[in-house]
Design a protein around this ligand. Structure first.
Ligand code: 3HC
Length: 330
């Protein structure tokens, strides 16, 4: 049903694995969790740093398009809800950076890689949020896509990542519902409000489909990541599930998914739909999306503006340690 997955670079067959690697793969196959101090292949460690780090960056960069609307939320209640959601995203970033640090990389190193454009964050956050309806569509579609991807990650093989995902998924469900609640209000409001809701869906539909990554035939990491149970499903599998779940929700809202080819396929028990424009996806990944420069600029500025505070915390910690044991001050 899905496009054939490509073999990941450096992926070993069982015969090519050392005895240690075979024993590790057996643990994964038995469904055991791998914990920080245990032996793991270097490729497993690096893949986790790449994926968890990218995920952490996505959470904190993802605060920016919504943070943009906190001061302009239409009511005090909406403002409080949006504020809580944006704060949750900061928390998700912190759990994930902590999980990543257990793999021997520091948070400062991860930040440097993000700021130098050497580590990615989700493509979706390089699109602008133009109207209040976008707050609805982001919650409904973007958090909806995130949940579709992240619920299976609760069972991922690396213990700290799996535990972080359990908490994150609970909060993402609230995010998705608050987005859908905004969409319900807008779609059942005045004709102008309904038009705004439709416009938000039109602009964010394909970028949301891109969140699941390239099609399986172009996904370079999926085969290896799935055999290590770092990823539990392929990109196309999750994209299909997302479409199947979301189309009836759009119908309930009385909105139209902007895909003339969208059609229920009885045989496969799912919708046929148009693929996103993959050249746009790769262009956004290369730094040329509508907001790439703004997003990275805002993160770098926040990091530089906060340097005095981080320095203060370190100085305070040193003094406190010196008071406890004078030798530690040297
Ligand atoms: N945005 C940016 N980069 C993407 C991408 C996307 N939507 N989809 C794929 N890529 C990148 C990959 O990172 C990889 O680049 P790299 O080799 O430089 O790292 C390349 O494209 C090839 O893609 P693959 O399919 O081979 O990569 P993966 O196997 O890593 O699959 C993934 C991509 C499905 C995004 C996977 O990494 C994943 O499941 N990650 C965990 C979830 C995550 O990061 N979610 C972020 C969503 S936003 C979010 O959670 C915030 C919330 O508040 C909404």
């Amino acid at each position: 049903m899905y496009a054939q997955m490509v073999k990941s670079e450096g992926m070993k067959s069982r015969d090519e694995m050392s005895a240690e690697e075979q024993a590790f793969q057996d643990r994964i196959d038995r469904g055991e969790k791998i914990e920080p101090k245990e032996w793991m292949p270097e490729g497993y460690r690096k893949t986790l740093i790449r994926q968890i780090g990218q995920h952490a960056h996505s959470e904190i960069v993802g605060q920016l398009p919504e943070g943009n609307w906190i001061t302009r939320a239409p009511t005090l209640e909406r403002k409080a809800i949006l504020l809580a959601k944006v704060q949750d995203e900061a928390g998700h970033g912190l759990y994930l950076y902590s999980a990543c640090e257990t793999l021997g990389v520091t948070r400062d190193e991860l930040m440097e890689l993000l700021h130098a454009g050497k580590m990615k964050y989700s493509s979706i956050f390089n699109y602008p949020t133009l109207t209040w309806a976008d707050m609805g569509a982001v919650g409904w579609l973007v958090d909806g896509a995130a949940i579709m991807n992240q619920v299976p990650l609760q069972r991922t093989s690396y213990g700290p990542y799996s535990r972080a995902m359990i908490r994150i998924c609970k909060e993402e469900s609230f995010h998705q519902r608050q987005g859908y609640a905004i969409m319900m209000k807008m779609a059942s409001g005045t004709p102008a409000q309904k038009k705004m809701a439709q416009d938000a869906l039109n602009r964010l539909w394909y970028p949301s489909l891109m969140m699941f990554g390239p099609s399986d035939k172009d996904s370079v990491h999926s085969a290896q990541s799935m055999s290590w149970k770092i990823k539990m499903n392929s990109n196309d599998e999750l994209r299909q599930k997302f479409v199947d779940q979301t189309v009836p929700q759009a119908e309930y809202l009385g909105l139209t998914v902007p895909d003339p080819a969208l059609k229920w396929n009885e045989d496969k028990g799912g919708y046929d739909f148009s693929e996103p424009d993959w050249s746009e996806f790769y262009d956004v990944l290369a730094g040329n999306g509508p907001c790439n420069k703004d997003r990275l600029g805002a993160r770098v500025k926040a990091w530089e503006d906060g340097a005095w505070f981080r320095d203060g915390l370190v100085a305070h910690a040193r003094k406190a340690a010196a008071r406890r044991t004078p030798a530690a001050a040297e």
